[in-house]
Design a protein around this ligand. Sequence first.
Ligand code: ZN
Length: 173
Amino acid sequence: MILNVYIKNNIDPFSFNSEDRNPTVDRLTTYFNSIVAGTSWSCTVNFVAALPAAVAETDLVCYLAMGRSASTLKNFAHADPPQTPGWTHTDGSGTAASEVFYGAIPSFERQTLLPNLIFHELMHNKAGMDNAMHHHASGLAAAQIFSVTPLTPQNIEFMRSRLDTPRRQWTLG
Ligand SMILES: [Zn+2]
């Protein structure tokens, strides 16, 4: 089985620094490789301008928007984004969507904090959990994420135990 992680870039090319792309993909690839290690899963991390026609229910999608006013996830959540650098919404049917705001991250931290924030939101997404996830959480599951926040063994186990759990992704953002 393959876990495909898609980061859909909704930022115009004049605002997005393309030098931030590969470090983001590399760090997330390292994280997800740690999760699938020792399982029958492998993973890919893809930075895309458009999502593929078929996104599997075990795949994960995180949208990248410049700021809250440019959010596409608000069209799914039917609510304005909170004052946080990222957010995740799960609807009543269990479909989930995640989004991170590039403009909310200081430019000098984007290559480290951006992938950390994406991973944090994808933990909410995969688990279908709101802020309850932060309770007694370590590392990248904690309420506040920094560029130096580590992926902990608990974070790895949290995601590894859910690899087989379907979580339909909202793909219209
Ligand atoms: Zn959170």
